[in-house]
Design a protein around this ligand. Structure first.
Ligand code: SAH
Length: 555
């Protein structure tokens, strides 16, 4: 597994020197410095805890130049969650110590040794097996899979207790290890793709050198049967290789996911992968290569396109599914402000920032990238389906006759829309039926906006206005308020939320009689109550605004 570039996190200028020395060891790494405390960092942050936790959740290796205890306490809330566990290291600000803290199976000790070498110090390695044998037996290199972690731990502790070991099979990475080898040993390390019952005195390591070639949709069950028929361990399966014609097969996608292997696609006339191939009784073709196979070298994956909503801006209002999608993205497209809001990104992620008005072009560009097998994210603020990119992406797909575009794994991931984020801060102004409108007449005639305003106001729906005003649309909001005022009393509550969920947010409660367009700009959400919307003072200042659940006679 290739590791992404680490993040080097520092809290003060005193650490900059050491950070730069570590950066020489990882040229791709970025130095993240605390705003106002660090001059000359590559990136700045203002909240240490949130930054470190977000990096961790994005599976980014983290090198923090501060006390180990601070790092431990910062990450503690995440440690019980199952999920990413990237390498995490604490390094002394004066470059005198490097302490691997987390990510034992992700190569943290290797990183500690690399950093220590570049700082000319000894790393504080505490993993017994590694100290004794010079390698972590439970973390075989890329291309090999450990049979069973729990049995493995027991095996290593037997070795540490002084037993010797035999190596059966081809384990080139163990040649350099200092293992107490003995051909008569009870304990054995088996490296082979053959199916084998796990036993306590054996450490099973499987080379991922088996390929399954499929020409039609096959279940995980059938794939397992195929391997069993060939007497091969399913852990040795490197990937499933399918015909291009199966790109859109959900069944195949689920089967590969169930087996935990990549699914790669090749055209029918693609050159064969070098392996010993054989036909199985159920029509599947199975290949065994001489050495582990890197799936990245075979064909390409099914491209993915996710249209995501960032929510209003605050990181904690972003859905975990959206964060996970951003972490696995190869390409990120969107309006520059939103792309920046979606970061930080790794150096291997490609950002395509465009002007806000180039929606259709951006949507087509996203498909062009996705059909190459890339994982593409298109970002919107709030929810992608509310006056944002999801509809543009579907319009581009609808207009396309390219079967490859239609076979892209397309998904929309929702976000908290500005109207809902603003409503939540004000109380519950949208607690009953409401109508959402964009006041922009860029993509629709003003006459239809007036008509809808008139009818929605007459229908006594609470109203949420997106795109209420801009420099090129200066008069429209005033006109809209006039239309609403024909149907609603001047004391009707109005909420103005500006930059909600972002730094410097403001929330203002006023009334229909008092609101004026100059209190509103293009970063403002306008909520107008219905006839039942009311407000009352809240203890901490300001007002609560809500629209009751009932209508008509109070129950
Ligand atoms: N997809 C977005 C809306 C895009 S339209 C969503 O679901 O929120 C852009 C308009 O949304 C802006 O003109 C403004 O009216 C509103 N808006 C977006 N983010 C906002 C925020 N953080 N605070 C207040 N209004 C916001």
């Amino acid at each position: 597994m290739s590791r992404s570039a680490p993040a080097i996190v520092i809290l003060g200028n005193g650490s900059l020197n050491t950070a730069r020395r570590i950066q020489q060891c990882y040229p791709q790494a970025k130095i993240h410095g605390l705003t106002e405390r660090v001059d000359g960092a590559d990136l700045t942050y203002s909240d240490f805890g949130a930054t470190v936790r977000q990096l961790y959740q994005h599976d980014t290796p983290i090198i923090v130049l501060c006390a180990a205890g601070i790092v431990i306490r910062t990450l503690a809330p995440l440690l019980l969650e199952k999920g990413a566990e990237p390498p995490v290291l604490a390094v002394a600000e004066d470059a005198s110590a490097v302490v691997p803290l987390l990510g034992g199976l992700g190569g943290v000790n290797d990183m500690a040794r690399e950093i220590a070498a570049c700082l000319s110090i000894e790393p504080a390695i505490t993993t017994s097996g590694e100290l004794r044998f010079g390698t972590c037996l439970l973390n075989p290199p890329a291309g090999y899979a450990l049979g069973d972690l729990e049995l493995g731990k027991r095996f290593v502790s037997d070795l540490l207790a002084g037993e010797s070991v035999r190596i059966e099979g081809d384990a080139p990475w163990l040649a350099k290890a200092q293992l107490p080898e003995d051909q008569q040993a009870r304990l054995a390390i088996h490296v082979s793709s053959a199916a084998r019952e796990p036993a306590v005195d054996e450490l099973l390591i499987y080379p991922r050198n088996v390929l399954l070639r499929v020409a039609y949709e096959v279940s995980a069950h059938a794939m397992r049967d195929a391997l069993q028929e060939a007497k091969l361990a399913w852990q040795s399966l490197a990937c499933v290789v399918a015909d291009d014609s199966l790109l859109a097969s959900a069944g195949l996608r689920d089967a590969a996911r169930e087996l935990g292997v990549p699914l790669r696609f090749v055209s029918a006339d693609a050159p064969e992968v070098s392996a010993v191939w054989r036909q199985l009784s159920n029509g599947l073709t199975l290949g065994v290569a001489a050495a582990p196979v890197d799936p990245q070298q075979i064909g390409r994956p099914r491209g993915r396109l996710a249209v995501i909503g960032l929510g209003p801006g605050a990181a904690d209002l972003m859905a975990p599914a959206v964060k996970a999608e951003l972490a696995k993205a190869n390409d990120v497209l969107g309006y520059e402000t939103y792309v920046r809001m979606a970061g930080p990104f790794r150096t291997d992620q490609v950002l395509h920032c465009t002007d806000n008005r180039e929606e259709m072009q951006r949507a087509r560009h996203a498909f062009e990238l996705a059909v190459q097998g890339r994982s593409v994210v298109v970002v919107s603020s709030g929810d992608p389906g509310v006056f944002a990119m999801a509809a543009a992406v579907l319009e581009a797909l609808h207009a396309s006759t390219d079967p490859l575009w239609h076979s892209v794994d397309l998904e929309m991931l929702p976000g908290i829309s500005a109207s809902l984020a603003t409503a939540a801060q004000a109380g519950a102004p949208l607690g009953h039926d409401f109508c959402v409108m964009s006041l922009s007449d860029n993509l629709k005639p003003w006459s239809i906006i007036e008509k809808r305003l008139d009818l929605a106001s007459e229908a006594d729906l609470a109203l949420a206005f997106y795109n209420p005003i801009s420099r090129s649309r200066p008069w429209q909001l005033g006109r809209a308020l006039e239309i609403v005022a024909r149907h609603r009393a001047p004391h009707t509550p109005v909420v103005l939320g500006r930059d909600i969920g972002r730094p410097g947010q403001t929330l203002r409660t006023t009334t229909l009689g008092e609101v004026t367009p100059d209190q509103v700009d293009m970063r403002t959400m306008v909520l107008i109550g219905s006839s039942t919307t009311c407000s009352f003072p809240r203890a901490e200042g300001g007002d609560w605004v809500y629209t009751p659940r009932w209508y008509g006679e109070k129950p």
